[in-house]
Write a protein that binds this ligand. Structure first.
Ligand code: FAD
Ligand code: DLZ
Ligand code: SF4
Length: 515
């Protein structure tokens, strides 16, 4: 083969399913796309079965989309006997055919894969190039400028900078409505008897993929209904999910964003994180679709609702990515609170008397989904208060959720939820006693424990753990003005009560497997 009829080999990862990428506008005769299903990615952590299926089904559908566009795709399925089961192994295998004069890849979102691909630059005998994935709203230059010289970052400043730059909900250089943030209006419990609209769930038969995963003996967790898979696996399905959200859920999204309920897993949440993370949808188009629905709604969607939604995507999502790339690889081993307790069994089997944890874990095992407050204030809060080893916490979050990719999971878990980064992401640890969980959910009314009690046998474990956590970490946390209130209350507490809390919390901790 002469150099003139050799092609470029373009690598497309499982979370790079964007058919609008500029690659596909170029002359299709000049390149082949390589997509591979590999054991390396399917088992670097024990994933939920729905997550494995969602990635493989989406990758397969995307390869068909590319073929329809006239792109030549080389697709290696998991059960291909030639499969080397590593991303770089498969790239090397194709390069060895001599059919290519160059390899190109889109910047991977995960550090692990970025490093592995960087090694290819030295190891392949043909040029290797990295290009942008053309997905995110912010760039490394943008967050380097904002974070420069700062030990702690504030999401709010980051969010305002993104909004100003992009013009989202802006009017003459100022935030629409005169305020940047309507968070304080977005914290309502679901009223008794209020039923949210049904969530937008698809129903596709994914039996062949489940069978293949089982035959290949990929370890997994959680359950699946193979004949009725509910997640969007194509761009078209993601757009349907987005349209449904804008029409039926956005009007009350912000208001009930923090609410939790045993009968409603999805409430007013969009279920768009998987579609965004695999790049079926761009953050810009999701934000613009929601803003357009707000503008056309004639007041039915209030500014507080749309601002709450825009903040999640333009603010939190981009901010987390900025923190990840600024602090990797050190970030994944930070353990500022020296947490060492092993993760208890009920994170895997939901067998606990604590109704909130039972419900959040059971739902996660069944749906591969929990919304933000369930992740932060139930399972995350419990792990924080009991001092669970952040490596085990990360492993759990990275495996169980359909949307879990390390760049977004890690800063949310180790940073925001576990405070293991010592406050880079969050200005304070997100912790609470049973009172908050009772305020935002119906969990406590069906619980074995009593959310009003601290000391008694049936006292809610979150109560003694909360006060004990404050006492244990007094030296590190008492100077933090954002938790000053907790320490002021602690000061007023009698020494007998403090001792009783310590005794109760010690009992809870030593009995952690049996709560
Ligand atoms: P909605 O509530 O409808 O929000 C809309 C969108 O905003 C989401 O789709 C998501 O793209 C974005 N968003 C909202 N909050 C965040 C956030 N804190 N960080 C980044 N994006 C956000 N999100 C992931 O995508 N992957 C993860 O692995 C992940 N792990 C998390 C772990 C913990 C401990 C916590 C507290 C949060 C985590 N999140 C993660 C953020 C958030 O919980 C999910 O994005 C959200 O629950 C997805 O459901 P949804 O699409 O219905 O979101
Ligand atoms: C999550 C995932 C899984 C389970 N399997 C694959 C795979 O077989 N092939 C692939 O290209 N990507 C997969 N992914 C997504 C990758 O983990 C993700 O693309 C990288 O970690 C970069 O973010
Ligand atoms: Fe959770 Fe405590 Fe409420 Fe039970 S009483 S549901 S353990 S917060």
């Amino acid at each position: 083969m002469t150099t003139s009829n050799k092609k470029i080999l373009r690598i497309v990862l499982g979370d790079q399913l964007n058919a609008s990428h500029s690659w596909y506008m170029e002359d299709k005769k000049t390149f082949d796309v390589l997509m591979v299903e590999v054991r390396e990615e399917a088992s670097y952590v024990r994933h939920h079965i729905q997550k494995l299926v969602a990635f493989f089904a989406s990758m397969r559908a995307f390869s068909e989309t590319l073929k329809d566009l006239g792109v030549s795709v080389r697709y290696v399925p998991l059960d291909d006997p030639q499969n080397s089961h590593s991303l770089c192994g498969e790239i090397k295998r194709l390069v060895a055919t001599g059919e290519y004069h160059k390899v190109q890849y889109q910047a991977p979102d995960e550090y692990r894969v970025k490093k592995a691909f960087e090694d290819l630059h030295d190891n392949l005998k043909i040029p290797v190039e990295c290009v942008s994935s053309e997905h995110f709203l912010t760039t490394p230059e943008f967050f380097a400028k904002l974070f420069k010289g700062k030990k702690r970052y504030v999401m709010e400043s980051f969010y305002r900078a993104v909004r100003s730059e992009r013009g989202y909900l802006m009017e003459d250089g100022s935030p629409l409505g005169g305020r940047w943030n309507f968070d304080a209006e977005n914290r309502k419990k679901l009223p008794k008897g209020h039923t949210p609209p049904a969530s937008y769930e698809l129903s596709q038969d994914v039996t062949p993929i489940v069978t293949m995963i089982e035959k290949q003996k990929i370890p997994y967790l959680g359950s699946i209904k193979p004949a009725a898979f509910p997640w969007p696996i194509t761009r078209e399905e993601a757009i349907e999910t987005l349209s449904y959200f804008c029409k039926h859920l956005l009007p009350l999204f912000g208001l009930y964003q923090d609410a939790m309920h045993t009968d409603h897993a999805f409430l007013y949440h969009s279920r768009l994180s998987f579609s965004l993370n695999v790049k079926h949808l761009s953050p810009d188009e999701v934000i613009k679709a929601a803003i357009s629905a707000f503008e056309k709604s004639d007041g039915a969607i209030s500014l507080a609702q749309i601002e709450g939604f825009v903040r999640q995507i333009a603010g939190w999502r981009e901010f987390m990515r900025g923190v990840y790339w600024t602090h990797m690889p050190e970030y994944e081993s930070l353990n500022a609170l020296n947490a060492t307790t092993p993760l208890p069994h009920y994170f895997w089997d939901a067998d606990t008397k604590m109704n909130c944890v039972k419900h959040a874990v059971k739902q996660s095992l069944e749906e591969s989904y929990a919304h933000h407050i369930q992740r932060l204030m139930v399972t995350g809060n419990f792990a924080l208060l009991t001092g669970i080893n952040p490596d085990e916490v990360d492993e759990w979050y990275l495996g169980i959720y359909i949307d879990a990719l390390q760049w977004v999971q890690l800063p949310n878990t180790r940073g925001m939820s576990q405070y293991a980064d010592g406050g880079i992401v969050g200005t304070k640890p997100y912790m609470s006693s049973g009172a908050y969980i009772n305020k935002m959910s119906n969990y406590c009314s069906g619980c074995f424990y009593n959310h009003k009690e601290k000391f008694e046998d049936k006292g809610c474990p979150f109560n003694s753990l909360y006060w004990d956590f404050l006492m244990r970490h007094e030296e590190t946390l008492s100077k933090n003005p954002r938790i000053g209130m907790g320490y002021q209350l602690l000061k007023k507490m009698s020494s007998e009560d403090k001792e009783a809390i310590r005794t109760k919390a010690a009992h809870v901790l030593s009995n952690i497997e049996n709560l």
